[in-house]
Structure formats: C-alpha cells, structure tokens
Design a protein around this ligand. Structure first.
Ligand code: ADP
Length: 196
C-alpha cells in the first residue's frame, strides 16, 4: 500500500496535484476540506458543526475531524492506498492517523509538502474565491488567519514525519505538470525506500 500525505499551506495546489496523483498511483483520495464542504452543502449535523469554524478560517475540532476521517478510510477496505489531502492538520490528527493505519497493518509512506510563499498563496486564493463560491476564499483577513493556523498548528506535522524520515519538501511554484514531475519523483523515491 502507498499512503501519501499531501501537505502544504492553503492554496498551495494540493487539490490540483491530488487529481493527478490519484490517476497515476490508483489511490483513494480523501480531502477533509471537500468532505466538510459536502456535509455543509447537505446541511447535516456534522456540516453545521464545522461551518462556524471554517467560516472563521479556524480548524474544526480534532474529535470531529478524526471521526470523519476514520469513517471514510473504513468505507474503502479494498483500497490500494490513500492520498490524505488537508489531513492531518495537527499533531493529534497525525497520531490518530498513524494509529488507524497501524490497526489496518499499514503506515504512512511519505508526506510530500508543496512550498509556496505567503503572498503567492493570498493571490491564488483570492483568484479562486472569484469562482469557488467559498466564503473562506474571499476575505483577506480570513485567508491570513488560515495561513497563521497553518504555521502554528499544521506545520509541526511536517517535523513529526521528518523525524520518521518520510517528509519531503517540494517547490510548489511553476507549471502544474512540472510540479507533478517533482512530486512523482519524490513519491517514487519514498515508495522504493519503504519497500527495502
Ligand atoms: P485549504 O487547504 O484551501 O485551506 P481545505 O479545503 O483543505 O482548504 O479546508 C478548508 C477548511 O476546512 C479549513 O480552513 C478548516 O477550517 C477545515 N478543515 C479541513 N481539513 C481539516 C482538518 N484536517 N482539521 C480541521 N479542520 C479542517
């Protein structure tokens, strides 16, 4: 099994690259942001709970997010592997993910992090906001809060997996295909190391 964590700040291109990685490696894609948007769109109790946090650019509480993630993983018992996109976003989520995968007799193969600087991110998210219909993409204060949350709460997850020797940083500036080549090379390298 190949289990990838696609990592990086909001607006770094994770969703775009995830689509290409799924096609190449035949993995099941789990995006917690997409899952929350689906729940909010259907006005479910989970969606209503998440909405207040997402609107402010804050994280949804770990207990909610971890439970949702577990359900999604367990809905795919025959998967060849997973791409986790937007998860884990805290150390507690990373620990929960490791425990869940261990239960299933597997583990995280690699964390690949797209690196994009703040000003580029803000421009990209504002542009996306013109068409995405996402309230959290349209207000610069909220976007800046998401970046601050990423730095404070999420970036330690990179170091958590770096101590296990499986974090890889990738230049997220350039053409979509060019970035995908960098990502694929890193995934192939990490997958071959994991097999040794
Ligand atoms: P982006 O990466 O563009 O910020 P996402 O679509 O991944 O956006 O997530 C949108 C919002 O959903 C986040 O700002 C956060 O409020 C919530 N969210 C997504 N994933 C998680 C998670 N793993 N833990 C807590 N909250 C999350």
């Amino acid at each position: 099994m190949i289990n990838l964590i696609l990592f990086g700040p909001p607006g770094s291109g994770k969703g775009t690259q995830a689509q290409k990685l799924i096609a190449k490696y035949k993995l099941v894609h789990i995006s917690t942001g997409d899952l929350f948007r689906y729940e909010m769109g259907n006005d479910t109790p989970l969606g209503r709970e998440a909405k207040a946090f997402i609107a402010k650019g804050e994280l949804v509480p770990d207990s909610v997010t971890i439970g949702m993630l577990r359900n999604k993983v367990e809905a795919h018992p025959d998967a060849h592997g997973f791409i986790f996109d937007g998860f884990p976003r805290t150390i507690a989520q990373a620990e929960a993910l490791d425990a869940l995968l261990e239960e299933k007799g597997t583990s995280v193969t690699a964390l690949v992090a797209l690196q994009v600087d703040d000003e580029e991110i803000i421009e990209r998210i504002k542009l996306r906001g013109e068409t995405s219909g996402r309230a959290d993409d349209s207000d610069e204060t909220i976007i800046r809060n998401r970046i601050a949350v990423y730095k404070n709460e999420t970036s330690p997850v990179y170091d958590f997996y770096a101590t296990k020797g499986i974090s890889q940083s990738i230049d997220g500036i350039g053409g979509i295909d060019e970035i995908f080549e960098r990502l694929s090379a890193a995934v192939d390298r990490m997958a071959s190391i994991a097999k040794v």
